[in-house]
Design a protein around this ligand. Structure first.
Ligand code: XUL
Ligand code: CO
Length: 438
């Protein structure tokens, strides 16, 4: 079989001193960290749409990268070539999983029946390749935002016909996810939102989105899907306001509609920062609700107000992210590189460099987060900070047995409280740096 990345060798771990551009400096799959192999801590996935689709096109000009893989885009031959190229790339990088939208896999036909036939065909081929390589599916999803029919959303659409079409796509994407053994099924509500409240019935749209999700859960469970349904929050882009604004909003929505038992969060770094949060914040919000399901691993640019989907480079961010993941006891999903090369990095070698960067940045984050936990000073500080609630009245409040009148009487007897202890933020930041670079 033809090689699609002939200049990219199999990437091995060579350690931090290596100057080989085609080697991992930190990602050492079998290295044990806190008793578990890096490979298990970090189930990395390739995103079909970026790695095998995105060619650098933007609103100012056409693509710069050739993702034809020797075939004509828009044909089934091209769809097959993408599978071969994807498996070659994952094999060379040691990436164990992939994620897909339905229409990433095959060109969409005029009828859903014909598209579904194409999907059956390509997933038979995917299964064969998966059997040969051991590469697995992390999650599947339906693209309900690109086709013009979804201009007003899918579950939030004003059109009953569009709503039914969305249901048909979800049904098929769920079947494919089950067929490929996917761990999760993602809802990214790309256009589930609004541009103007002047033409929008918000309550109606929220109810309809919840109904679509409820039907998806019922169908998924009926065909044997045991994984997590996932919401991937994002505040805006393409819509001005998206209903799954951030983790807190999405979790509130799931609880309001009784869907929280089947759903978790798929947190994307760049979406969290677009919402005005840190990546760590949305991971923590998800974790404290027991709903940290999966991660879309990328990073944004703080100077740019949209989703730049860059491969992660910021070790502070990945260290704080991995700290959250480790404290949450790991995540049931994995780390999907929902990330693409910059338009000016357009060669096949650039794709390999991007994954090496992303995998190394998360590996370094894992190592440093484990060191922070082993060091223990930060965790101990946080524990001590709340120590006044550990016994007596504090414990009574924590167990929900105190009354407001009782607390008021104690406050009156005690007089003005002393200032709470210092938060010692700068000290803790310097501890953090010394563990990172010491
Ligand atoms: C878009 C985005 C999507 C989802 C899957 O911002 O992140 O690619 O991850 O639909
Ligand atoms: Co994403």
């Amino acid at each position: 079989m033809a090689e699609f990345f002939p200049t990219v060798p199999r990437i091995a771990y060579e350690g931090p001193k290596s100057a080989n551009p085609f080697a991992f400096k930190y990602y050492n799959a079998e290295r044990l960290v806190l008793g578990k192999a890096m490979r298990e801590h970090l189930p990395f996935a390739l995103a079909w749409w970026h790695a095998l689709g995105a060619n650098g096109v933007d609103m100012f000009g056409p693509g710069t990268a050739d993702k034809s893989f020797g075939k004509t885009p828009g044909t089934m031959e091209h769809a097959y070539a993408k599978v071969d190229a994807g498996f070659e790339l994952m094999g060379k990088l040691g990436i164990g999983y992939f994620c897909f939208h339905d229409v990433d896999l095959v060109p969409e036909a005029d009828t859903i029946g014909e598209t579904n036939k194409r999907l059956d065909e390509i997933t038979d081929y995917l299964l064969k390749k998966m059997g040969e390589t051991g590469i697995r599916c992390l999650w599947g999803t339906a693209n309900m935002f690109s086709n013009p029919r979804f201009m007003n959303g899918a579950g939030s659409s004003n059109s009953l016909d569009v709503y039914c079409h969305a249901a048909a796509q979800i049904k098929k994407a769920l079947e494919l996810t089950v067929k490929l053994g996917g761990r999760g099924y993602v809802f990214w509500g790309g256009r589930e939102g609004y541009e103007s409240l002047l033409n929008t019935d918000m309550k109606f749209e929220l109810d309809n989105i919840a109904s679509l999700m409820r039907m998806a859960v019922a169908y998924g469970r009926s065909i044997g899907f045991k994984g997590d349904f996932l919401i991937e929050p994002k505040p805006k882009e393409p819509m001005k306001h998206q209903y799954d604004y951030d983790a807190a909003t999405a979790i509130g929505f799931l609880k309001a509609y009784g869907l929280d038992g089947d759903f978790k969060m798929n947190i994307e770094a760049n979406h969290a920062t677009l919402a005005g949060h840190t990546f760590q914040h949305d991971l923590r919000v998800s974790a404290v609700s027991g709903m940290l399901g999966s991660i879309d691993a990328n990073q944004g640019d703080y100077l740019i107000g949209w989703d730049t989907d860059e491969f992660p480079f910021n070790v502070y961010e990945t260290t704080l992210a991995m700290y959250e993941v480790l404290k949450a006891g790991g995540i049931p999903g994995g780390f999907n590189f929902d990330a693409k090369n910059r338009r000016g990095s357009y060669t096949p070698e650039d794709i390999a460099h991007a994954f090496i960067l992303g995998m190394d940045t998360f590996a370094l984050g894992l190592l440093r987060a484990a060191a922070i936990i082993e060091d223990g000073r930060i965790d101990q500080f946080v524990k001590d900070r709340y120590a006044s609630f550990d016994s007596g009245l504090g414990r009574k409040i924590r167990s929900g047995e105190a009354t407001l009148a009782e607390l008021a009487a104690i406050a009156e007897a005690n007089g003005a409280p002393a200032l709470p202890g210092s938060g010692r933020q700068e000290y803790l930041e310097s501890v953090f740096n010394s563990v990172l670079f010491g």
